[in-house]
Write a protein of this length. Structure first.
Lengths: 235, 164, 463
């Protein structure tokens, strides 16, 4: 049976430390932008930790939610790309083919989660960051859209190894960079088609919700939270 | 090219000249009438009005529709990439492109038919007088069998006869 | 039919081709300079990257798309005037039709530049062309941008042909009156046209068919441009009203553009006897009608949003109504609705000057409308953490200014080389009017002599 990669993010465990953000940058050759460009909104964080405050002092509650590409089954970003740069692959991933992207940026507008990022300039890494580029990941030039790929390079490597050894991928061994870096194991990654995998069991959890579920995009990331997200729901 | 023609300022007189030519035994197809505007309300302006152009345009439109349908279906099925959970060759979206190509086919067929049937671009060598641009109507016969017989037919009050 | 009138008409309308005033050179120089600056700005952007524009996360479309929709909208003037009025046999369209069609063609050409200017990698824009590329993969025909490609190209092809074909008889007329290089140029452009009855009949039939064909294409073009927005689940974009709303807005801005162009031509080329107050009155009434229609659509859209009270849509709603975009929003309402209604409902203010003032307001208002559709929605999508702002940069503003200058430049050059009023159509209109007068008068011999306007001419001069 084909794989169906998904993720579960435990909001009760997330501390907002942003190790996932840093790891993602390192793994995927995400360009850094200058402070001036970041102030102009050009920073590219494939995974970002959204931080919301609720309530007034001293009853302030800070909520963290790591938001990354949800790899929607009904992704609004895929059909609008005129060159098939964004499409759905057999593993259920929302694939972004950098070579086909001509930079119309329609996909980014269509994405309700705002998880797509654009290379407004050619990428640069201030020394010595240029030494830690990942050789398994291509570098994108100006005018190309990019986003979280669930570390597809790691998925590909795991699939190749598994095929060579004539076995299935072991659950928990294959992890994207964010899941690997998370100190509280809040991020869990795996095959949703395997009912015994951790992610499939967490996806069935009563604590689980999906982000912007009513839009009908069918995201594959389940957010787990014992406390209701909205304070108003608590009463 | 030899020919004889008359230049008339008034379309009524031009109509008279055409009738005279017909009375003198010239076939309708041999009578050339040239003007700087279409005189649709006069009989001489109605000659050659029958055309299959609308049918050609409609036929081309139908052809464009069918060809586009098959082209879209074939190209989409050749590389069946799933996008947004839609069918590989959705009719709703293909209809839009089919519509545009239908209209484009009709327009291009119309223009091509016009160019062919109106004989443009032409390299010249046909009967013409630049005074037509000043508003005169030219009524004449190209390569007539007997030019001298036609001159009296064309020499009506209000017209000038010329020979080439 | 009246030879003196015909000759004077032809003289007046052909004179701008033979006599150049110093103003022509001034306009071309000024507009050309601005266009050159814009081209330089675009080259700068091509070299350094699209980041030189003000776009950012999450406002990925901004000024370039605004201009794209705006110019495609302006292009709907020609189709309305030329095609619709031709099909309903409205005689007053005759002097106006070529001015309108020229706006269509040039506005389309300018508008079609913007999808290329806004691309991240414009050197690969040819991938939008329907052909099997390296791995035999075609464009994604499910994407509204692919539909845009077909729609705009179809409309452009149709409009260019619709404009060019009736120019052929006029080129023949100019050919016959000119010498030297002009004779060669217009001789080539005239395609050897003579004006036989067969040629006239075929031309008229072709124009009729094309008028019928180009009307649905025009409606479809701006509908498809609206699909660029309504196909995305962005708050206040995902609205079913966008198709008709955009088409109505396009016709609205197109008429305004036409009025401005006609007023400018009337002054510059001394066409006071051809572009009459009647034409401006009629177009002014059409502008008024479209203004009311626009107001109707905006009311429809906003009422449903406000009544539904859906949180993500209301964020955008209040941003335009009371928030950061409120000054632009209310300016737009005044320019598009209040001003035209005030000026155009009163026959005393519906003069040529009044129509031009209202039209300028509408052009500004419709540009703002495009901007306010795109940017507030993108800056306020469903997740508040990702709300953003947008400020245009000099590069974008230069390119935008250059497109307006390009329109002026192209129009001035066109009016220099082609008679801006269709001479043969005008003459045919006069013949038709005389024919109607003859039909209306009693068919007796005494009246016939009086009804023939050129009876004195016929008896008198014979050359």
């Amino acid at each position: 049976m084909a794989y169906r990669w998904g993720m579960a993010v435990d909001l009760d465990k997330c501390t907002g430390c942003e190790a996932c953000v840093t790891a993602c940058h390192a793994e995927n050759n995400i360009p850094t932008v200058s402070a001036q460009q970041a102030a102009r909104g050009r920073a590219m964080h494939w995974i970002r930790v959204e931080r919301y405050y609720e309530g007034d002092f001293p009853d302030v509650r800070v909520k963290f939610r790591p938001v990354l590409c949800q790899h929607c089954d009904n992704a609004p970003c895929e059909a609008v790309c005129p060159t098939y740069a964004a499409h759905h692959n057999e593993d259920g991933l929302n694939a972004q083919v950098y070579n086909r992207c001509i930079g119309t940026r329609y996909c980014a507008n269509a994405c309700s989660y705002n998880v797509r990022f654009f290379n407004f300039f050619n990428p640069e890494w201030p020394k010595p960051l240029h030494l830690q580029l990942n050789p398994d990941v291509s570098v994108r030039e100006v005018g190309v859209m990019e986003k979280c790929t669930f570390c597809v390079q790691r998925i590909k490597a795991a699939k190749t190894a598994a095929k060579a050894e004539k076995r299935a991928i072991v659950d928990g061994v294959l992890q994207p960079a964010c899941a690997q870096a998370c100190p509280t194991t809040a991020i869990v990654f795996g095959d949703l088609n395997d009912p015994e995998s951790r992610v499939a069991r967490l996806a069935r959890s009563p604590r689980g919700t999906k982000l912007l579920e009513d839009l009908g995009a069918e995201p594959k990331i389940t957010y787990l939270s014992k406390q209701p997200w909205y304070e108003s729901d608590a009463r | 090219m030899k020919g004889v023609y008359g230049l008339y300022a008034d379309p009524h007189v031009a109509q008279q000249a055409v009738n005279n030519l017909r009375a003198a035994g010239v076939a309708d197809a041999d009578i050339t009438v040239i003007s700087s505007e279409p005189f649709e309300h006069f009989e001489f302006g109605h000659r050659d009005a029958k055309t299959a152009m609308p049918w050609i345009a409609a036929g081309a439109a139908g052809l464009g529709l069918v060809l586009t349908y098959y082209l879209l279906g074939a190209s989409q099925r050749a590389w069946p990439l799933v996008t947004s959970g839609m069918p590989i060759a959705p009719n709703w979206t293909n209809l839009i492109i089919m519509f545009e190509m239908t209209m484009l086919s009709a327009i291009i067929a119309t223009v091509l038919t016009l160019l062919v049937t109106a004989g443009i671009p032409s390299r010249g060598g046909k009967m013409y007088d630049p005074e037509v641009s000043d508003g005169y109507i030219l009524v004449g016969v190209e390569n007539p069998a007997d030019a001298s017989k036609l001159e009296p037919a064309l020499a009506i009050d209000g017209g000038r006869v010329k020979k080439t | 039919m009246n030879r003196t009138l015909d000759k004077r008409t032809a003289d007046d309308l052909v004179r701008p081709l033979f006599h150049t005033s110093v103003w022509f050179y001034a306009v071309v120089l000024a507009a050309g300079t601005v266009v050159a600056c814009g081209a330089g700005a675009w080259g700068y952007q091509l070299w350094y990257g699209i980041g030189l524009s003000g776009k950012r996360w999450p406002t990925f479309w901004a000024l370039y798309l605004t201009n794209f929709v705006f110019w495609i909208g302006i292009s709907h003037a020609g189709t309305l005037i030329s095609a619709i009025l031709r099909l309903v046999n409205a005689g007053w369209r005759r002097p106006v039709t070529r001015c309108a069609e020229v706006i269509t063609v040039f506005a389309l050409m300018i508008g079609a530049m913007f999808p290329i200017i806004h691309l991240g990698r414009p050197w690969l824009a040819f991938w939008l062309f329907p052909y099997p590329s390296a791995r035999e993969i075609w464009p994604n025909f499910r994407s509204p941008l692919a539909w845009d490609f077909f729609a705009i190209n179809t409309y452009l092809t149709g409009s260019v042909l619709f404009l060019f074909l009736p120019m052929i008889p006029d080129f023949a007329l100019v050919r016959d009156r000119s010498t030297g290089w002009r004779r060669k140029l217009y001789g080539t452009l005239a395609f050897g046209w003579r004006g036989t009855t067969k040629q006239w009949n075929r031309l008229e039939m072709a124009m009729q068919i094309m008028a019928i064909a180009i009307l649905p294409v025009a409606v479809s073009v701006h509908t498809i441009v609206s699909f660029d927005f309504s196909m995305a689940t962005v708050p206040m974009w995902h609205s079913t009203i966008f198709g008709p709303y955009f088409v109505a807005g396009a016709i609205f801005s197109g008429i305004a553009g036409l009025i401005i162009a006609m007023a400018a031509l009337r002054k510059a080329l001394h066409l006071e006897h051809y572009l009459l107050s009647l034409h401006f009155q009629n177009l002014g009434k059409l502008l008024l009608l479209m203004s009311i229609l626009w107001g109707y659509f905006v009311f429809n859209e906003r009422l449903t949003v406000w009544y539904g009270n859906e949180p993500s849509e209301m964020a955008v709603f209040w941003a335009t109504q009371r928030g950061a975009y409120a000054p632009l929003y209310w300016t737009m309402v005044i320019c598009n609705f209040v001003l035209p209604l005030a000026i155009l409902t009163n026959p005393y203010t519906r003069t040529i000057v009044g129509c031009v003032v209202a039209s300028f307001g509408v052009v500004i208002g419709m540009w703002l409308e495009r901007f306010l559709i795109i940017v507030p929605s993108l800056t306020h999508k469903q997740l508040p953490y990702s709300w953003g702002t947008y400020t245009p940069t000099p590069v974008e503003l230069f390119i935008m200014a250059a497109t307006f200058a390009a329109m002026v430049l192209l129009y001035a050059l066109f009016a220099k080389f082609v008679p801006i009023i269709s001479i043969w159509e005008l003459k045919a209109g006069e013949t038709e009017k005389a024919h109607m007068v003859k039909l209306a008068s009693a068919p007796s011999t005494q009246h016939q002599a009086a009804a023939q306007p050129d009876a004195s001419l016929r008896a008198g001069a014979s050359s």
